[in-house]
Design a protein. Structure first.
Length: 321
């Protein structure tokens, strides 16, 4: 049984999901995955074709949680200094001062991230991993809690630059939205016919509450058996014929943290193997670099993840504590 704090935190995030649904139609599974990652402090990458609601979903979450929001539209002429900030000369003070970049917000939407040059993309690396930026040898801490949600177009689109492996590995979770069904599209047309409901969306939680929930998730118990299960999954990805570059140790940590977040949403203070299985596709698919054999067989990353999970023995008889 979960204690009252776990139940309270789960109910708080359910309220956020309900608030998002006032604007964003359908896609409950993707919203759940986004909120698990957000609650656990894992950055999110959404890849899909233009116009399916990637930016709208991000803005709905930002409006619902009351965090300081900043949006960066990535373009080919965007420079690293535009993101991280730069030092500029102040004639009044007769010294160089740090001018904050677009990342100095609690909630950052990096829109169409793969339209910027690889040099600009790489400026996100330290920020997403360390929660700080270094400019001219001086480190500047980012406001907390800090969260990045990035959107990208398929790499087959014109003007898109593939994200490097190191940057992909910084994103804890990735998923696609897909087109809405017929009834959902009818509802979208009705909601947005006369006004934009996003403009009326009010926060239903606070930054302080989010920091508390993130601490709660870190304290959720993970047994040795579940840790071994995650380690076995990592080992299987590294030996699979369909994978050229398998899970990193960072990916293993992200998978465990996502599973802890899933446990909290299920009002449990301990992780079970099903939590790992539920989040594994979203945590792993974007990180695995497929082999030539997989590409020849026309196998996509999520199919590879499913095959990997099918080869790893699921632990049974685990104690809750």
């Amino acid at each position: 049984m979960a204690d009252q704090n776990i139940r309270r935190d789960a109910e708080q995030m359910a309220t956020v999901a309900s608030n998002i649904s006032k604007v964003f139609v359908g896609k409950e599974s993707q919203i759940h995955t986004l909120l698990v990652a957000f609650s656990a402090g894992l950055h999110v990458l959404i890849e899909d074709v233009p116009g399916v609601g990637k930016t709208t979903l991000a803005r709905c979450l930002a409006a619902s949680v009351g965090l300081d929001f900043g949006r960066i539209q990535f373009t080919p002429d965007l420079l690293p200094g535009d993101i991280t900030g730069m030092t500029v000369w102040s004639p009044e003070k007769r010294e160089f001062l740090y001018k904050e970049g677009a990342l100095m917000h609690q909630f950052v939407l990096a829109d169409e991230i793969n339209r910027a040059s690889p040099r600009t993309q790489s400026s996100l690396l330290e920020v997403m991993q360390e929660g700080s930026v270094t400019v001219d040898g001086t480190t500047h801490k980012l406001p907390q809690p800090f969260f990045v949600i990035a959107t990208q177009n398929p790499t087959s689109f014109l003007g898109a630059f593939p994200l490097p492996e190191g940057e992909l590995d910084r994103f804890g979770v990735s998923f696609s939205l897909g087109y809405p069904g017929g009834e959902d599209e009818m509802e979208i047309l009705s909601r947005f016919q006369e006004t934009d409901p996003l403009q009326q969306l009010e926060p239903v939680t606070t930054p302080e509450t989010l920091l508390r929930i993130r601490e709660s998730i870190r304290r959720i118990h993970v047994s040795e058996g579940v840790k071994r299960f995650i380690a076995d999954i990592a080992s299987e990805t590294r030996s699979s014929n369909h994978v050229k570059l398998g899970m990193s140790p960072r990916a293993s940590q992200h998978l465990m943290l996502a599973a802890q977040g899933e446990a909290l949403f299920r009002e449990r203070d301990f992780v079970i193997p099903e939590d790992v299985l539920d989040l594994a596709p979203a945590v792993l698919a974007h990180r695995l670099i497929l082999s030539a054999e997989a590409r020849m067989e026309n196998i996509d990353p999520r199919q590879v993840v499913a095959r990997v999970l099918g080869k790893v023995k699921i632990p049974t008889g685990l104690n809750e504590r």
